[in-house]
Write a protein that binds this ligand. Sequence first.
Ligand SMILES: CC(=O)N[C@H]1[C@@H](OP(=O)(O)OP(=O)(O)OC[C@H]2O[C@@H](n3ccc(=O)[nH]c3=O)[C@H](O)[C@@H]2O)O[C@H](CO)[C@@H](O)[C@@H]1O
Ligand SMILES: C=C(OP(=O)(O)O)C(=O)O
Length: 435
Amino acid sequence: MKNAFEIIGGKKLKGEIIPQGAKNESLQILSAVLLTEEKVTISNIPDIVDVNKLIELLGDMGVTVERLNDDTYTFEAKNIDQNFFQSDAFKAKGGGLRGSIMIVGPLLARFGKAAIPKPGGDKIGRRRLDTHFLGFEKLGARFNYDTTEEFYNVDASNLQGTYILLDEASVTGTANIVMAAVLAKGTTTIYNAACEPYLQQLCKMLNRMGAKISGIGSNLLTIEGVERLGGTEHRMLPDMIEIGSFIGLAAMTGSEITIKDVQYKELGVIPDVFKRLGIKMELRGDDIFIPEQDHYEIDTFIDGSILTVADAPWPGFTPDLLSIVLVVATQAKGSVLIHQKMFESRLFFVDKLLDMGANIILCDPHRATVIGLDKRIQLRGISMTSPDIRAGVSLLIAALSAKGKSTIYNIEQIERGYQHIDKRLIALGADIKRI
Ligand SMILES: CC(=O)N[C@H]1[C@@H](OP(=O)(O)OP(=O)(O)OC[C@H]2O[C@@H](n3ccc(=O)[nH]c3=O)[C@H](O)[C@@H]2O)O[C@H](CO)[C@@H](O)[C@@H]1O
Ligand SMILES: C=C(OP(=O)(O)O)C(=O)O
């Protein structure tokens, strides 16, 4: 199995690229098919490792899965095999995919019990699941964590709606609790709910299935429980993290790129953050056009002090794009402080950028100051391994801009979230070989 990319950098790219369907939305939406025995048709599903693993897991647990074309599937969760959840196969597969935690909410809602191995995942720091389980407990569930097997069992024969104040606005936690509450008795109110577009899409889909959710897009969701849900059709939004990654790629490599059909109004502050790095872009219809630009200059705050880009729950800036912003800043004119508030170890990949010649001071695990090189000095290609999905793409962008050859190992990290990324970038003129 070829699991590295060899990249010859320094080439300008040119052309159009279509963003894939959203990874994080897909993981929520696919879990929601478990809430009904009727057929659910889902389109614009990205062909990426994480999503394919979840589809396979649904099939293993008894969901009838039919692929209608490249990106459209039907799912029918009529005969779920309860024995599967205690099998070794489930323990091995379920743990390999963080998003699989979101099958718990729907399974509780529909069958009154669920099980899940502790998910593994990227090297980006501790990732607790407390919010999920505190929410389930409020709804009347009892959970048991087997520390030796690293396995959770959850029981909830009688879910009852209630008021839940989340300890933090967890994205997958909110999705999980919403999916448990839609079939609970009575009304559930979730305050401090996350409200990313992924969640808005999930709630809209659940309402089309017969759920009664109001407050969509806010941090206060009200869910009136219903007896049953039915089938529906759903189309995934374009992946906003991919769109941000392509904006960064265009700027860093000085390329003219058009990102097609971005659903601009769903992107929140993402385009503005890249604009503050000095990147020019135009909205043409619903496409983002990024012209070839040899230099871009980072804005300052109004009082002239150094700009900070920090993550925050939606509608703040997503943490999943901070690594991309960091890498793009290495070739800007000016300086920026990158403040990764949510994850403890997501900035450590800067050591690779330092080896490539970037000017970065890692202040502490959460903060890095980037002093841009203004393209006076080109990064140089090196061999590296990626610790996580977004660092992986950031390093790919750095390698595409760098002088000479780079090798990125462990590209499964990248491929869990970016569809056929080598082929799509080669179509724009990139020199990438799978080795
Ligand atoms: C499959 C999926 O959808 N994954 C996304 C989801 O993960 P996930 O749902 O696992 O992430 P959470 O929203 O639960 O939390 C992410 C991190 O942020 C911290 N935290 C969260 C909320 C808050 O108000 N304050 C705070 O500090 C948490 O402690 C945790 O360390 O949301 C993350 C945060 O946008 C994204 O990086 C992931 O790509
Ligand atoms: C951290 C991410 O994903 P996950 O939650 O699946 O690990 C991400 O998409 O950047």
